[in-house]
Design a protein around this ligand. Sequence first.
Ligand code: FAD
Ligand code: UDP
Length: 369
Amino acid sequence: MNTKYDFLIVGAGLYGAVFAHEVKKAGKTCLIIDKRDHIAGNIYTEKVEDIQVHKYGAHIFHTSNKAVWKYVNQFAEFNRYINSPIANYLGEIYNLPFNMNTFNKMWGAVTPDEAKEKIEQQRKDNYVESPQNLEGQAINLVGLDIYEKLIRGYTEKQWGRPCTEIPAFIIRRLPVRFTYDNNYFNDPYQGIPIGGYTSMVERMIEGIEVVLSTDYFAEKEKWDSMAEKVVYTGPIDAFFDYKYGVLEYRSLRFETEVLDTPNYQGNAVVNYTDSETPYTRIIEHKHFDFGTQPKTVISREYSEEWKRGDEPYYPINDNKNNELYEKYKALTEAQNKVIFGGRLAEYKYYDMDKVVEVALQRVKGILGQ
Ligand code: FAD
Ligand code: UDP
């Protein structure tokens, strides 16, 4: 290890890896540290029974940004996976996102006009003028039947509170289509890196020193003294020792099992949309890669309350937490040596493509390109 680097990068996740790759390419030196015992942050995948298991939740790369798509394709070949989750409501199976296949199964609607008429009928009876919460927004969008069978139970399990207390914008992420198209995303580019995300990140940081199982805060002064600049991708409130309070997250717990069957559920993602089933979904990892192994690995995903010290998954971007984040952000201005980036340091629900985009922009700015 050297004693002096141009950049110390705290966090070997996607943001840290893109940043490191770019500064190295520009001739700068850098060192990456991570408190986990592996690289790749939350997109980490590991092989179990020869199947790539997405340890921190299912990750599908999708983007509308052609430059980002070209960028990641330098480090991995992507397969033809198109995310088409299905919903299991007490044994009834529906296609997602809400599309003609869903409307056909729900009401027998065959044409787009028939489906629109059905939704219109349900809307008339239950219409909410300028909905302030997810319940009103969802009923206006797809009617009461779909709300009751495919939205309410899933959403309340996922967020741990009633739909009447959840912001309306959350449901707007989901496409509603009057075509028979089960692609969950509208983006033109989509896939899963062949060989897993960990290999993709490995290629990004090839030739760069990485120190694992090392918490930056345990010896912050030592690490700071070793670099001109620090790129910090951990939680922003932790950096400032939680002086204004703790930013909240929603957490997840995965129960992963190897099953002695080649095909458990016939799809990578099955959402359990009723209220009684305690988990929100089951992931069958091999289907992300069209795997033909003799066994299979599944993960039941449970949504949980988060407390300090738990793994932070989804930031709770409500007004209270966003205001708290702004207070921390104001403190970053006095930190001339430190660059804050990524989903934890910016407290934003960034998809992977956005992380690549913002990391590339930031490096460009810093290198003066
Ligand atoms: P992270 O991956 O969190 O990396 C931060 C790293 O910093 C971690 O490795 C951490 O250990 C390290 N660190 C933190 N504090 C310290 C410290 N004090 N010292 C040393 N190291 C530290 N995006 C998609 O595009 N498609 C999807 O399908 C998708 N699915 C998702 C599913 C789930 C359940 C979740 C939670 C997210 C999903 N995402 C998805 C988003 C995706 O995970 C993120 O965009 C991406 O992982 C963010 O990368 P990052 O580098 O900012 O953060
Ligand atoms: N959603 C739902 N039923 C489903 C899938 C999603 O009601 O079967 C709603 C739910 O409110 C969720 C939102 O759509 O919070 C966004 O879903 P998405 O799959 O984008 O969430 P992710 O888990 O990927 O963050």
